[in-house]
Design a protein around this ligand. Structure first.
Ligand code: CA
Ligand code: CA
Length: 490
């Protein structure tokens, strides 16, 4: 071995041992992602019947954010934002493709797991944390040290519900027979195996992403048996003519969706069934969160582990005439967000606005890592110490270029790309039924919220597709096809 080689090896050993020394004594992180879970969890008290005892158990030993919102009401842009720490209006990722590493300006961006790996953490993932397929196999080792399996949902031989779009995944019912055949059971298994094999000599950053209650909303019979029959199921409060005072442009944000409209659910007598299936699949997913939390306890390292649980977007079940996401209203944007562990108050509820974007800087601060420049969120540590601490920033959700919802503690202001607006006062109108934007008495409230609208509004990056709204030759275009207002499906 020549001298240069010896020096290089000595340097590497030194660098590795100083990383290990820096990481020693730092808390671990267990990050639990859930797909399309709206604010229907027991501890949020929004749906009167939903049962999520495991998530409630986590909230009881941590801080629950009651007014947390995703940055985009859609999987890929929401997760890209959370994991880069940048707004969708900054990444230019608005659709289900592309992934972050296919975007020139994000190729070298240091993501949340990469920042932890660089600080000496062991990092691992399983299930859906990044959007499925958004990180190419060649880029995977750069994101996490270990990639566990991410099995998809099992499908029955035939679709249960004949939805207008016919998409196979948009389905709901009692399936499969055995819980162990469910994707989320296997994903919990993978996370449990990772927790059992984390290195003992360094802190870990382990992520797991569950699939339910994303469609297809399937669960075995035992989870349905926890709920009343369809006749006893509480439907969300809906005003049938609610869209009379929302701008025409609000329809463009979900112009065509595979998820059916409320009008179809009512005609097909499927509304109660969908709500019941969403509840049952949520409770099954919750049980898998419980299995992972139990496995964390068994490692003996739970007391030194920060657990953060979030959902990537909400889900309408009839509110404002639609099902699915792709909206800037609370059913589409308000998501569970819970932190628990060292440095976090137990049994606390915070009503201040919070963003999924805040997770990156919050975990950095909680774990005492070097701060990062350029992150667009704000650490929630002051609220984790004392949930009553006010936050000056609202939560902002973006769906496609230049459509933003600005949510403060009591208000929501929406401005669409064509300039049309909505304003809701949650103290008087918790279901966002009365749009106050045209009432001049609220001009100052609108001004106060409009000043937070993002100043950067990147065009959709090259390769953008699926749920993408663009402006071409003076026309609004949904998924590549010009919008014909006469074709509106209400
Ligand atoms: Ca999602
Ligand atoms: Ca209305």
């Amino acid at each position: 071995m020549n001298t240069m080689c010896r020096i290089a090896i000595a340097f590497l050993v030194l660098a590795a041992s100083s990383l290990a020394a820096e990481a020693a004594g730092k808390p671990n992180v267990l990050m639990i992602a859930v797909d399309d879970l709206n604010n229907w969890i027991g501890c949020l008290g929004v749906h009167p019947q939903v049962k999520t005892p495991q998530i409630d158990r986590l909230a009881a030993r941590g801080t629950l954010f009651c007014n947390a919102h995703c940055q985009s009401p859609l999987c890929n842009p929401s997760r890209a934002s959370l994991l880069t720490g940048l707004r969708p209006s900054t990444t230019g990722i608005y659709g289900l493709v592309p992934g972050i590493r296919d975007v020139e300006r994000l190729k070298a961006h240091v993501t949340l797991p990469q920042h932890f790996a660089a600080a000496g953490y062991f990092t691992a993932t399983s299930g859906k944390v990044y959007h499925d397929g958004s990180i190419k196999p060649k880029d995977r080792p750069k994101e996490f040290h270990v990639w566990g399996p991410a099995p998809g949902m099992p499908l029955p031989p035939r679709k249960f519900v004949d939805t207008p779009d016919k998409m196979r995944a948009v389905d709901w019912g009692v399936f499969p027979e055995n819980d162990a055949d469910q994707a989320d059971w296997k994903i919990a298994d993978a996370c449990i195996a990772q927790l059992q094999s984390v290195p003992a000599d360094k802190p870990f950053f382990v992520c797991v992403g569950f699939r339910l209650p994303h469609v297809p909303c399937f669960a075995s019979k035992k989870w349905f048996d926890l709920y009343p029959g369809e006749d006893g199921i509480a439907l969300p409060p809906v005003q049938m003519d609610d869209r009379r005072d929302t701008p025409e442009f609000s329809w463009y944000l979900h112009w065509k969706l595979p998820e059916p409209r409320l009008s179809w659910l009512i005609r097909a007598n499927q509304w109660r069934s969908l709500v019941r299936c969403y509840l049952a699949s949520t409770t099954f997913m919750d049980s898998q969160v419980g299995r992972v939390l139990d496995a964390l306890e068994r490692t003996g390292r739970a007391r030194e582990t920060i657990v953060v649980l979030w959902s990537d977007n909400g889900w309408h079940l009839g509110e404002k005439g639609i099902t699915g996401k792709n909206t800037l209203w609370d059913p589409g944007t308000n998501v569970p967000l819970i932190f628990a562990g060292p440095g976090v108050s137990a049994g606390a509820k915070c009503t201040q606005p919070a963003e999924l974007l805040d997770i990156y800087p919050t975990l950095i601060e909680l774990c005492g890592l070097a701060p990062r420049e350029g992150l667009e969120g704000h650490s929630l540590v002051p609220q984790l110490r004392d949930a009553r601490t006010p936050r000056p920033w609202p939560a902002i959700t973006t769906h496609n270029q230049n459509n933003h919802g600005v949510r403060s503690e009591h208000w929501r202001y929406i401005r669409y790309a064509d300039g049309s607006e909505e304003l809701y006062d949650y103290r008087a109108d918790p279901h966002e039924w009365k749009n106050l934007a045209k009432d001049s008495r609220y001009a100052e409230v609108i001004r106060d919220h409009a000043r937070w609208l993002p100043k950067v509004n990147e065009a959709p990056v090259p390769g953008s597709a699926h749920r993408v709204l663009t402006r071409e030759d003076g026309r609004w275009v949904w998924e590549g096809k010009p919008i014909d207002p006469a074709e509106k499906e209400e």
